[in-house]
Design a protein around this ligand. Structure first.
Ligand code: FES
Ligand code: FES
Length: 167
């Protein structure tokens, strides 16, 4: 099996490693780089749990090879809060709306939301919900995530007005 030397910026930190050609970005992040906040679920590109941000785009790290990320800037869930622990707007909205649940799929959800709201982009509620269609939450608790989206898009309803929605 051929090995390659890659150098990737992960959350602003340069990581250099020898990886097999078949190593996925997800395994590289977790095993070689130690960023275990990225969770692998299906490993087939279906569930979205493994989503990270590569050069500004939300990417499924189970479908991208580590060698393809050579020279790229990768952001994982560990890289979203400020150094002093202040949560990012997306993280805060998820926390405010009890959208974390068991937390397994949450890093991927947060990375997708972060990518589509980055650089002052202002997606609509419908656009954000459409982006979430690429994420499967095994807790099946999408209500909190929808409330977080409403908070981020400024379309939050007063408490008690959002019952009965089904994402
Ligand atoms: S683990 Fe990558 S999409 Fe499911
Ligand atoms: S938070 Fe549990 S699977 Fe989504």
């Amino acid at each position: 099996m051929s090995e390659h030397v890659i150098e990737v910026s992960v959350n602003g930190q340069r990581v250099r490693a020898h990886v097999e050609a078949r190593r996925t970005l997800g395994d590289f992040l977790r095993i070689d780089a130690g960023f275990t906040g990225t969770h692998l679920g299906c490993e087939h590109g279906v569930c979205g749990a493994c989503t990270v941000i590569v050069d500004g785009l939300a990417v499924r790290s189970c479908l991208m090879l580590a060698v393809q990320a050579d020279g790229a800037a990768v952001t994982t869930i560990e890289g979203l809060a400020e150094p002093d622990g202040t949560l990012s707007p997306v993280q805060q909205a998820m926390r405010d709306n009890h959208a974390l649940q068991c937390g397994f799929c949450t890093p991927g959800v947060v990375c997708t939301m972060t990518a589509i709201t980055a650089n002052d982009a202002q997606p609509t509620e419908d656009q954000m919900i459409a982006a979430m269609s690429g994420h499967i939450c095994r807790c099946t608790g999408y209500q909190g995530i929808r409330r977080a989206i409403r908070q981020l898009t400024g379309t939050a309803q007063p408490a008690g007005h959002d019952h009965g929605d089904h994402a």
